[in-house]
Design a protein around this ligand. Structure first.
Ligand SMILES: Nc1ncnc2c1ncn2[C@@H]1O[C@H](COP(=O)(O)OP(=O)(O)OP(=O)(O)O)[C@@H](O)[C@H]1O
Ligand SMILES: [Mg+2]
Length: 381
C-alpha cells in the first residue's frame, strides 16, 4: 500500500480550469473522503490520480513513484465507478477475473485470487450468475472484487453507493469500513453523502470549484471548519447563518450584536484580533445546538417563527425564521412536534456552540473548543 501526494495539480479542459492547484497528501492506509458540490472536480481529481486523465501541470506521486508519465494500466490503482461498468454477458467469476485474464496470468492464480475476493465480498455463491441476476449491492461488490484482484496500491471509489437504496447503502458502508480495516489499504472515496463522509473517512477533503477548502479528520472539519463554505457543507442539515456586527473584540473574546438574539451583546470566546468594532460578521448555528427546553443561565435566547416541521420518528426538524428578521433557522428537537406555520417557539443556544465568520467567510477561531473535541476523538481512536 502507498501514500498519494499531489503537488500543485492543475487540470484544464480547453479554456476551463477544473483543478486549480491541488496540494494534498493522503497517507498510507488513509480512508480519504472527497466531499464537494456537483461539478467541483471530484471525478476529475480521481481520474487524474488513476491516469485516465492527463494533468495540465503539477505532479502526482503514488508510493515512492512519480507517476506523471506512467500510463493508467501501470499505476497499480483499483478504481470503482459509480456505474459499476460490469460486462453484462460475463458471469461474476469472469467479470472479476477479466483484468487478470487480459494480462495473461496463469489460470490457477486467477482462480485463487477470484475465490479469495469472492469470499471477502460474500459473492462465493454467486460466481456463476450474470450481473442482471444480482441485486444492486451484489453488483457493486462485483465491481469492488474486480478492483481487489488487481492488488492495487490505492483504491479509488467514485460515489460507489449512490445507486443503492437507503438500507443497502448502510450495509455497504459497513462492508467498506470492514474492507478498509482488513486490507489496511489506502482508499480515496468520493461521495455527496454526509454520513458516509463522517463515518468512513479517516480524513475528509473538501473541494469547491477546483480549490481545496480544508483537509482534516471528520470531527475537525465538523467542529472546526476553516471557513463558511466548509461549515455550511459538512453536516446535515446544514448550518444556518445570521448577520451580526462586532461591538468589541480582542484576542480572547468577540462581542457581537445580532438582531433577534438576546442578550444585546453576545460574548463568544474566539480570537477577534483581526476584527474592529463595527465590522460585519456572521453567526453560524447548527440544528442540534438550538434547544427548546428551559434555557440554562448564560445561554442566548431567540424566538423562531415556524414555517414547517418534519417529524422523523426519533426526532423532528423545525424550519423557520428568526423572529423579526429574514434569517433562516433550523432546529433538531428530540420529540414530536405538531406546530402550525406562524407559531413562535423560544429557543436557547449555548454561546460555546456559536460559530463566527468574518466578512470574507473565514472562521474566527474558537478558544477551548478545538482541543476539547479533538481530545474526545483521540480518546475514541
Ligand atoms: N471531458 C471533459 N471536458 C470538458 N469539461 C469537463 C470534462 N470532464 C469534466 N468536465 C467539467 O469539469 C468540471 C468538474 O467535473 P467533475 O466530473 O470532476 O465534477 P464532480 O465534482 O465529479 O461532479 P459530480 O458530483 O456531479 O459527479 C465540470 O464543470 C465538468 O463539466
Ligand atoms: Mg463526479
Amino acid at each position: 500500500m502507498a501514500e498519494v501526494v499531489l503537488t500543485g495539480v492543475r487540470k484544464s479542459f480547453g479554456p476551463i480550469e477544473v483543478l486549480k492547484g491541488i496540494d494534498l497528501t493522503i497517507d498510507d492506509g488513509d480512508f480519504a473522503v472527497i466531499l464537494g458540490p456537483s461539478g467541483c472536480g471530484k471525478t476529475t481529481l480521481l481520474r487524474s490520480i488513476a491516469g485516465l486523465e492527463g494533468i495540465t501541470s503539477g505532479s502526482i506521486c503514488i508510493g515512492e513513484r512519480v507517476v506523471d508519465d506512467v500510463p493508467a494500466a501501470e499505476r497499480e490503482i483499483g478504481m470503482v465507478f459509480q456505474t459499476y461498468a460490469l460486462f453484462p454477458h460475463l458471469n461474476v467469476y469472469k467479470n472479476i477475473a477479466f483484468g487478470m485474464r487480459m494480462r495473461g496470468e496463469p489460470k490457477a492464480r486467477i482462480a485463487e485470487k477470484v475465490d479469495e475476493a469472492a469470499a471477502k465480498l460474500r459473492l462465493t455463491d454467486y460466481l456463476a450468475r450474470l450481473p442482471r441476476e444480482l441485486s444492486g449491492g451484489q453488483r457493486q461488490r462485483v465491481a469492488i472484487g474486480r478492483a481487489l484482484v488487481r492488488e492495487p496500491q490505492v483504491f479509488l471509489f467514485d460515489e460507489p453507493l449512490s445507486n443503492l437504496d437507503a438500507e443497502l447503502r448502510v450495509d455497504m458502508r459497513l462492508e467498506l469500513a470492514n474492507l478498509h480495516q482488513s486490507l489496511a489499504a489506502t482508499m480515496i472515496y468520493v461521495t455527496h453523502d454526509q454520513v458516509e463522509a463522517m463515518t468512513l473517512g479517516s480524513k475528509i477533503v473538501i473541494l469547491d470549484r477546483g480549490v481545496l477548502q480544508q483537509v482534516g479528520s471528520p470531527l475537525e472539519v465538523y467542529y472546526h471548519p476553516g471557513n463558511k463554505f466548509v461549515a455550511g457543507f459538512v453536516g446535515s442539515p446544514r448550518m444556518r447563518f445570521i448577520p451580526a456586527t462586532v461591538v468589541a473584540s480582542d484576542r480572547r473574546q468577540i462581542k457581537v450584536h445580532a438582531d433577534g438574539i438576546s442578550p444585546e451583546t453576545i460574548v463568544v470566546d474566539a480570537d477577534g484580533s483581526r476584527l474592529a468594532a463595527g465590522d460585519a460578521v456572521e453567526i453560524g448555528l447548527r440544528a442540534e445546538d438550538l434547544r427548546a427546553d428551559a434555557p440554562a443561565p448564560g445561554h442566548l435566547l431567540l424566538t423562531g417563527t415556524a414555517r414547517q416541521v418534519e417529524n422523523m420518528g426519533h426526532s423532528s426538524f423545525w424550519y423557520g425564521t428568526l423572529k423579526g428578521t429574514e434569517s433562516e433557522l433550523i432546529a433538531r428537537l428530540d420529540k414530536h412536534l405538531f406546530i402550525r406555520p406562524g407559531v413562535e417557539t423560544q429557543f436557547s443556544v449555548d454561546p460555546a456552540n456559536v460559530y463566527l465568520f468574518d466578512d470574507e467567510g473565514r472562521s474566527l477561531e474558537r478558544h477551548g473548543f478545538r482541543n476539547e473535541n479533538l481530545e474526545a476523538q483521540a480518546r475514541r481512536a
